[in-house]
Design a protein around this ligand. Structure first.
Ligand code: SF4
Length: 350
């Protein structure tokens, strides 16, 4: 679900809340020009899942979606989108129970104004509360189910986005008089297209009381990030940061990473040293990749706008290189002959 309008979006909580408070300002200064095709496909599959769940809540049966239909944004549905949505819906029904589906909240907004920050709010795919003060010992369960359509592995354990959402559920009046020790939290990630690393459905069970240190960290970083001079800190989250092409910290880290990659490797290394070296190089690669993808998008935008010259790794012959070379010096050679400057221009007539 898109949360791009919230200054402190839960979908970026791993970045501003856990790694880099300074990313909020840099991302705000570099909004995305348009959604990627991957993001549109993810939205379409989410729409199928959410619509199916709402149908089940209201009518006890869901409408049929078919390949080739389109979502409200015009994205054509394909088999993967439908199968992914089906896995998400099945997981929700299995965990919540088909008779309790009317208790779930599908894409309903939560605000974390008290526990985190007044501009921290977002929309989980599905959340629910069971239990309450009517029990002999007041207690409750919170369910947070998040559907991920991408391929990159997303863990349920210490998932900052869902931790942030949990803060929002805890602000609900239904839970006001229940001690946090008595509130269980179940976070579920459904990721149908992530193969080869564990299950496609992942769970993390904890309690609200155990999440308190995480809320404190989110709160501290949220206030830091919305204030002046928030510090930046490079790490894995840089790869998705919209300000990565503009970030001095990442630029320095990339330069240092390039130096690291150039060091001579000792001839005899212990297995531990090899593992450490490998991790260092992998981290360096991640930082370089984040920096490279950020710069690539920026450079291409500049080239399209005609304000920079750059020849990438295109293997196309020069004659077909019309977009990349708009501002490249070879452009003059592609002009029709009647527009070319004669070689004797500037010479006085004989
Ligand atoms: S690129 Fe990395 S270090 Fe720079 S602002 Fe973004 S998250 Fe922070």
């Amino acid at each position: 679900m898109s949360e791009q309008h919230a200054p402190l979006a839960p979908s970026a909580a791993g970045r501003w809340g856990a790694q880099c408070a300074g990313s909020t300002a840099l991302e705000a200064a570099n909004p995305e020009a348009e959604k990627s095709q991957d993001a549109r496909e993810g939205d379409a599959s989410h729409w199928v899942g959410a619509t199916t769940l709402r149908d089940l809540q209201q009518y006890k049966q869901a409408r049929q979606f078919k390949i080739g239909m389109s979502d409200p944004a015009g994205t054509i549905l394909d088999k993967e989108m439908l199968e992914g949505a089906e896995m998400f819906v099945d997981t929700v029904v299995e965990i919540i129970g088909s008779d309790a589906l009317d208790t779930i909240h599908v894409e309903e907004k939560l605000t974390m104004h008290n526990l985190v920050h007044p501009v921290n709010e977002g929309t989980p795919d599905v959340w629910a509360i069971s239990g309450g003060t009517h029990r002999a010992i007041p207690s409750a369960e919170i369910y947070l189910l998040d559907y991920k359509y991408g391929h990159r592995f997303v863990d349920a354990f210490e998932n900052w986005q869902c931790i942030d959402y949990t803060a929002g559920v805890l602000e609900r009046p239904e839970l006001a008089n229940i001690p946090w020790e008595n509130i269980k939290v179940r976070i579920v990630i459904v990721q149908p297209r992530c193969y080869g690393r564990g299950d496609q459905v992942r769970h993390w069970e904890t309690t609200a009381a155990k999440l308190r240190p995480y809320f404190d960290q989110l709160r501290n970083n949220a206030y830091l990030s919305m204030g002046p001079g928030a510090p930046t800190n490079v790490g894995a989250e840089c790869r998705d940061c919209k300000g990565r092409h503009d970030c001095e910290a990442l630029q320095r880290a990339s330069e240092s990473a390039m130096d690291t990659a150039g060091l001579a490797v000792p001839v005899r290394m212990s297995p531990t040293a090899q593992a450490v070296e490998l991790r260092m190089i992998q981290r360096a690669q991640e930082l370089l990749k984040a920096r490279a993808t950020g710069l690539e998008a920026q450079v291409m935008a500049n080239v399209r706008a005609g304000v920079a010259a750059w020849r990438g790794r295109s293997r196309r012959p020069k004659s077909s290189c019309l977009v990349i070379c708009t501002a490249w010096t070879c452009a003059k050679n592609r002009k029709p002959s009647h527009q070319r400057k004669p070689s004797n221009w500037g010479r006085p007539p004989a």
